[in-house]
Design a protein around this ligand. Structure first.
Ligand SMILES: NC(=O)c1ccc[n+]([C@@H]2O[C@H](COP(=O)([O-])OP(=O)(O)OC[C@H]3O[C@@H](n4cnc5c(N)ncnc54)[C@H](OP(=O)(O)O)[C@@H]3O)[C@@H](O)[C@H]2O)c1
Length: 388
């Protein structure tokens, strides 16, 4: 057992002196303020169990101030503010905050033998009961319209790698289809309604997931929409309304979803958010027009969100996918010629599939990508590196 696991074990068994001693050498080595606050939690509980009111209040005040300064997960801030401090809740919050305390602390988990240990990337695949890179993870995937959707490729890859899923839908007809497609999955996904053009609907989705799951590890945003007339002809003719519809649905919604999911990630000590982009964000693609502008806004949002959510150990990335014949894509005039171009001109001389996108998404949501955030990963057979 490493020192974080020993610390958690001692905390759970109310051996606060011992817990303090487990982390003290690491704090002296690193000077990390996050390790220091973990130690203060042990001291706080020690004072409280001994009935030392003055000591309890002093440490609690210091802790609350420091946790705010360090933008600690809400769960930690919440339990530190409790009166009287609730020992089991502190232990739960600290166990979930391993990633926030430090990469070395990882995620604490309890093995079959009941021993606390930390979970690294290699452990995820080997964990008893785990079926793959996302074993034990809970993921929300937004944007399955049908079996051609990129989101469907991602949902299938996530399920294959052991994730438990929630799928969102906007229209009742899609809900009926989804229900049929997933009925023989070993763990049937939650189906939650969500229209990203409606703030209340997004907030309600967050509430439903909080009620059903408590916390969340991965979120995939695979949503875009533009008025049909705006994906043909000249960009210069885009209407104000067309601009608003495209950027609000396809880019602003990423921040909206992130806001609703933040408390759920924090319960789990961090997580990941993934968006779907296209090369039209950087280069002029005929007829892509206002959607190219929306994708540029989406990619910039990925970077700003990566910065905002990083302290909560939430990683934010995008996949820039090559063209795939989906419902949304066929709305772009002349789309089928793009499909041929990528196969003819990409270094790998092939198109891409929703499975390719799904596999890349698994990587970005997994612990193997645990130090990757704010990135746009091209899954386009290398097309983006070509000149002419
Ligand atoms: N296909 C490609 O070539 C390609 C390439 C690069 C990037 N992408 C991106 O990949 C993502 C997924 O698109 P796709 O190609 O897989 O097409 P798709 O199957 O048509 O998926 C688009 C999804 O967006 C949803 N959506 C639209 N407006 C919404 C709203 N207000 N609230 C909630 N959901 C809404 C749609 O739901 P409804 O069915 O209810 O409308 C649909 O599920 C998009 O961001 C797209 O730009 C696609």
């Amino acid at each position: 057992m490493d020192d974080w696991a020993r610390f958690l074990d001692a905390m759970r068994q109310s051996r606060y002196f011992e817990a303090h001693d487990c982390l003290e050498p690491r704090w002296r080595d690193t000077g990390s303020p996050r390790v220091q606050v973990a130690i203060w939690f042990a001291v706080l509980l020690l004072h409280q169990t001994r009935g030392n009111v003055v000591g309890t209040v002093r440490v609690q005040t210091k802790l609350r101030h420091r946790l705010r300064e360090l933008a600690a997960p809400q769960t930690l801030q919440g339990v530190a503010a409790g009166v009287p401090v609730n020992g089991p809740a502190v232990c739960r919050a600290l166990a979930g905050a391993g990633n926030w305390v430090g990469g070395w602390a990882g995620r604490a988990t309890r093995t079959a033998a009941g021993v606390m240990r930390t979970k690294g990337a290699e452990d995820v695949a080997n964990e008893p009961g785990s079926r793959g890179l996302l074993g034990g993870r809970r993921a929300l995937v937004l944007g399955v319209a049908n079996k051609r959707s990129l989101a469907w490729g991602i949902a299938q890859a996530f399920a294959r790698e052991g994730a438990e899923l929630a799928l969102s839908y906007r229209r009742d007809r899609v809900r009926e289809h989804l229900g049929q497609w997933v009925q023989d999955w070993p763990t049937p996904p939650l189906l939650v309604p969500c229209d990203v053009m409606d703030d209340a609907s997004v907030a309600e989705m967050g509430d439903t997931l909080a009620r059903e799951w408590g916390g969340l590890d991965a979120v995939v945003h695979s949503i875009a929409h533009a008025q049909p007339g705006d994906l043909a002809g000249r960009f210069v003719d885009t209407s104000r309304e067309g601009w608003q519809v495209a950027t609000e649905t396809s880019a602003y919604s990423l921040a909206l979803v992130a806001r609703a999911c933040l408390p759920l990630w924090e319960v789990r000590g961090g997580g990941s958010l993934l968006a779907m982009s296209y090369i039209g964000a950087d280069r002029v693609v005929p007829n892509y027009n206002v959607m190219g502008v929306a994708k540029a806004a989406l990619e910039a949002s990925v970077r700003y969100l990566a910065s905002d959510l990083g302290p909560s150990q939430v990683r934010v990335n995008a996949i820039s996918a090559g063209p795939v014949k989906t419902l949304a894509a066929t709305g772009v005039q002349g789309f089928s010629s793009l499909l041929h171009q990528i196969a003819d001109r990409s270094p790998l001389q092939s198109g891409i599939t929703i499975d390719d996108v799904g596999n890349a998404a698994v990587f970005l949501a997994s612990d193997w990508a645990r130090r990757i955030t704010g990135q746009v990963l091209f899954v386009d057979a290398g097309y983006h590196v070509t000149g002419v």
